[in-house]
Ligand binder design. Structure first.
Ligand SMILES: [Mg+2]
Length: 380
């Protein structure tokens, strides 16, 4: 018995969730301006016991009407996640709902706190103090290149870092690869280096991560490692499309340089088993599959394998501030997620005040489920 007996799904309603970034987000190595914040689809699930769970998910459940009337325990097992394939598009909503039904914060359920609760025993395991999950700002794009007619230069990048620092961030991920599309290759590389050095000078104790969105060649990546060897970078993300020979050369150069920088990959169009093979070979240190398109249930199955391989993970969250909070719940339940990606901003009609960012870490709410309340989201 899962402890979810006695709840039956009575409605599944679509939501439209509009994110708003704290500032307009510019270009990266592959894509143009990211704007002020996108819309995404979400789902709200109601039960005959008066419970409501909801969450963002771009994967639509197949035939939602066929899930209405089903017992909740047929759709999700607190120990593993969504067990009904047709309900995978409700991954976050059902996790929120199950944790609310068991009166547990989601990260406690994800840690196994929900599976030991027998239905005849009140769900009263001790809820630990709100955990704090390290979080970096993922919002440092090519601000120096905008606006097109009068680019603002390096100061614009430093201003973005300062704004995120003021908001509580103590780690920054710098988008690199300006020479891939937006500048002449050599000038773009020089600017990338200038940016990393300037941010390091302005924030000497910050964790610095860099992300090329596959915009570097293997050769340029090796050169970058040498040029930044003194800057104590935390990780280098997607320098080039992951492949064994290039990553093998990267590992050899890291060893020669004695560089502690980690290699993070698996975000863009991942072949998960291939990425796991690269991790097993010591070529990828941090796995980055997306918290939503890969999914919470899939991540729950994968994290024990990540631990067995002796590597780490950080579910990709860019795009929506809510995704950061979902990743933070997974991170709080695992010892192999060192940091999560912060998307600075808000979501219309969502009260996320249970989460606070301070000194580089997100404090999670002690409320049941995700601890997020929907105030006025507009149904699609
Ligand atoms: Mg990335």
């Amino acid at each position: 018995m899962s402890g979810l007996a006695g709840h039956r799904v009575t409605a599944i309603e679509p939501l439209t969730l509009r994110s708003r970034y704290t500032r307009s987000i510019g270009r990266n190595a592959r894509l143009g301006a990211h704007g002020d914040g996108p819309e995404a689809r979400g789902w709200l699930v109601r039960t005959d016991t008066g419970l409501v769970g909801w969450g963002m998910d771009e994967r639509a459940p197949s035939e939602p009407s066929s899930l209405v009337g089903r017992p909740l325990e047929e759709l999700i097992d607190p120990a593993t996640g969504v067990v009904e394939p047709a309900a995978l598009g409700l991954d976050v909503a059902l996790h929120d709902l199950a944790a609310r039904a068991l009166e547990l914060p989601l990260h406690v359920l994800l840690s196994g706190g929900g599976s030991a609760v027998a239905p005849t025993v009140p769900a009263v395991p001790a809820v630990p103090a709100a955990p704090a999950v390290p979080c970096y700002s993922g919002a440092i794009y090519f601000d120096d290149l905008d606006p097109d007619g009068a680019p603002r230069g390096l100061d614009a990048v430093l201003e973005s870092c300062a704004a995120d620092h003021a908001a509580g961030h103590r780690a920054f991920k710098l988008k690199l690869g300006r020479g891939n599309r937006w500048m002449e290759a050599e000038a773009g590389y020089a600017r990338d280096l200038e940016v990393v050095r300037a941010v390091r000078a302005a924030h000497p104790s910050a964790h610095l991560l860099v992300d090329m969105n596959d915009g570097y060649s293997v050769e340029r990546t090796l050169r970058f490692l040498e040029d930044t060897a003194e800057l104590d970078l935390f990780w280098i993300e997607e320098p080039f499309a992951e492949e064994r020979s290039g990553l093998t050369r990267l590992r050899a150069r890291r060893r020669e340089l004695g560089a502690g920088v980690l290699v993070a990959d698996g975000e863009f169009d991942p072949d998960v088993e291939a990425v796991l093979d690269l991790a097993a070979a010591g070529l990828v240190d941090v796995l980055l599959m997306d918290v939503l398109s890969f999914g919470v249930t899939a991540w729950r199955a994968l994290l024990p394998r990540v631990r067995e391989l002796g590597v780490q993970a950080s579910p990709h969250a860019w795009g929506h501030p809510l995704k950061t909070l979902y990743a933070a719940q997974l991170a709080a339940a695992s010892d192999v997620v060192p940091v999560v990606e912060g998307v600075p901003g808000t979501t219309d009609g969502v009260d996320d005040s249970g989460y606070t960012l301070r000194d580089g870490a997100i404090r999670l709410p002690r409320a049941p489920g995700l601890g997020l309340e929907l105030t006025s989201a507009r149904p699609s």
